[in-house]
Ligand binder design. Structure first.
Ligand SMILES: NC(=O)c1ccc[n+]([C@@H]2O[C@H](COP(=O)([O-])OP(=O)(O)OC[C@H]3O[C@@H](n4cnc5c(N)ncnc54)[C@H](OP(=O)(O)O)[C@@H]3O)[C@@H](O)[C@H]2O)c1
Length: 303
């Protein structure tokens, strides 16, 4: 007897940026849930070339456009301001208009770097943005362009993304620990880490929710930590998995001690996810649990 195919939600999705840290986790998760997911990467659709975007997408059929592409090199954005605005602001606004004209919804990803970092409590969606870097300014302009095109479009702000695929902070900490036997990490900057596989599940929960009609949503794991707390947790988990024999010393740094940072960064940019929980009934798990899962994965790979 033929096996019944698992039921998938009938949506036709176009995913941009599927080779990035977020996109490479979103792709299998979306494919598991939705009937059709097609990817277009930089070679097929260069977001730095707005004229090309309209030409390429005119003949492409989709009812949901997920844009996980972005110019994410925060310091490089200071030098390449025009490119930052093309990719992070102009292109998303054009994509949002094309999607709206097709009657399709769009998901755009944004960042905690739209805030200036002067807060003492996690930022809510309605708190005023005041970016202090070109990256933050270009992403903020992108948010505005996307939300202006259609009220059904969704902007997801996230922070300190980590997960399988491209190397992120946990992999960097482990490499430093093994190579040098000690790590120096910034201790005066705080935010909430976001585990890409968790984010994929939360996004799908939002997309499947009847209660969600569009707008801005903050998504990250629960809890707030400094970069140093985050790094120490990675190291503790690595000791538990046997990847490290023992805890290595962690030397605290100030953000201003780091050489080569051209862009200003918010010192506090934790995100409040209450709005998401109210829509979906889902509470993000603590960042420490997500780090433990990821370090177990990295240990199997020998990071
Ligand atoms: N990483 C974080 O900690 C973090 C935090 C907050 C928000 N976010 C947001 O989350 C989203 C995903 O970030 P990520 O960390 O997954 O980024 P990433 O790993 O740097 O990946 C970015 C993706 O965008 C693509 N891309 C860059 N320029 C492009 C262009 N001109 N045309 C077409 N594609 C282009 C890249 O293509 P190639 O594969 O060809 O390079 C890559 O696939 C972004 O919107 C970012 O602003 C990230």
């Amino acid at each position: 007897m033929a096996m019944a195919k698992p039921h998938k939600t009938p949506r036709t999705i176009l995913l941009l940026g599927s080779r990035g840290l977020l996109g490479n986790t979103l792709l299998p998760a979306l494919r598991q849930t939705f009937e059709s997911v097609r990817c277009m990467d930089r070679a097929e659709l260069n977001l730095a070339n707005p004229g090309q975007v309209e030409k390429v997408l005119t003949g492409v059929d989709f009812d949901l456009l997920v844009n996980a592409a972005g110019y994410t090199a925060v310091d490089d954005c200071e030098i390449n301001e025009r490119l930052a605005y093309l990719v992070n602001s102009d292109a998303p606004a054009i994509l949002a208009k094309i999607a709206a004209a097709k009657g399709a919804q769009m998901v755009q990803f944004s960042t905690d770097y739209v805030f200036d970092g002067g807060a003492f409590l996690p930022y809510k969606e309605g708190d005023p943005a005041n970016p202090i870097s070109i990256y933050g300014k270009s992403k903020c302009a992108g948010e505005i362009g996307v939300l202006a095109a259609d009220s059904r479009h969704l902007v997801v702000r996230l922070s300190w993304l980590f997960g399988p695929g491209r190397t992120a902070f946990p992999g960097w900490v482990l490499r430093k620990a093994v190579a040098d036997g000690r790590v120096s990490i910034v201790s005066d900057k705080s935010a909430s880490p976001t585990f890409a596989p968790d984010l994929a599940n939360w996004l799908i929960a939002l997309l499947l929710s009847d209660k969600f009609t569009g707008g801005m949503v903050h998504l990250c794991n629960s809890g707030v930590c400094t970069w140093k707390d985050y790094g120490e947790e990675v190291l503790r988990c690595a000791v538990k998995t046997g990847l490290l024999k023992e805890m290595v010393p962690v030397h605290p740094l100030k953000l201003t001690d780091l050489p080569g940072l051209t862009a200003a960064r918010p010192l506090y940019s934790a995100l409040d996810t209450t709005h998401f929980s109210q829509i979906t009934g889902v509470t993000p798990r603590p960042w420490q649990d997500a780090v433990a899962e990821h370090v177990t994965y990295l240990s199997r790979l020998k990071y």
